[in-house]
Design a protein around this ligand. Sequence first.
Ligand code: AMP
Length: 284
Amino acid sequence: MKRVRTITALRATLSPIRSAGRRVALVPTMGAFHDGHVALMTAARHEADLVVVSLFVNPTQFGAVEDLARYPRDEATDARRADAAGVDVLFAPSVEEMYPPGFATTVDPGPIARGLCGDHRPGHFAAVATVVTRLLGIVAPDLAYFGLKDYQQVAVIRRVVADLALPVTVRALPTVREPDGLAMSSRNRQLSPDERTRARSLYGAMQGAAALRETGVREPAALVAAVVEALRATGIAAEYVELRDAETLGAPGCGRPAVLALAATVGTTRLIDNIVLPATDWST
Ligand code: AMP
């Protein structure tokens, strides 16, 4: 696996591959790899001729209250895991390479970035859309891989790719979970043992709502209330719990699947998760 830090070096590496008509895949990441990241790399490996993983902890997508400095970083271990997953190129640029002097453009993804995490992290999705658009411009991949753990992020990226007619196919992969159901996340390593135990109730609470839906409960508010209550029982105050149309992220549409999404701070670590509930006649 080749490690590359500049756009010039990356383009020089990719140029002969592209000339030969080979398919290039990009997996954008912020590092601290876990099995969720590896699943994206493995899928990319199966589908493309050359796999690029970008590793960039994007400072602009962190809010003032979040600690950018606290975000886990371990490039040496990440490089070993990416290599073992069959990645060809690890693109790990500096902040200056990604945001050179004079950088001024922002990609605003519009209403899809509002609600859910968008309301609690002002500017977050514009920052994500901007950095992903720049990465797509740098790598010009045929395929780009994202995880549905970050459900709204995937919706934002699909919107941006469609609206800006970016020549890339977006693949979204299911959430990889720990054996007890907790969604894998780089942030999980910030949890204390007690917080880690309590964090399992995020998935458990959503599973409880899914079971309620199976018993015929169709009111979004009732399902949301059940999740909030189950979290409260383990001492976790939800930042938000919402049921939204799985595609538009608007109000749940009758006869359409819906996504149950939540964010909660466990100790001092903000975690998100979601599950998709099958289509039904949501009573709104
Ligand atoms: P991150 O490094 O957290 O920015 O994540 C990089 C990519 O991995 C994003 O597309 C995430 O949605 C995806 N990802 C993170 N956690 C998981 C997971 N548990 N399962 C599947 N994909 C994930």
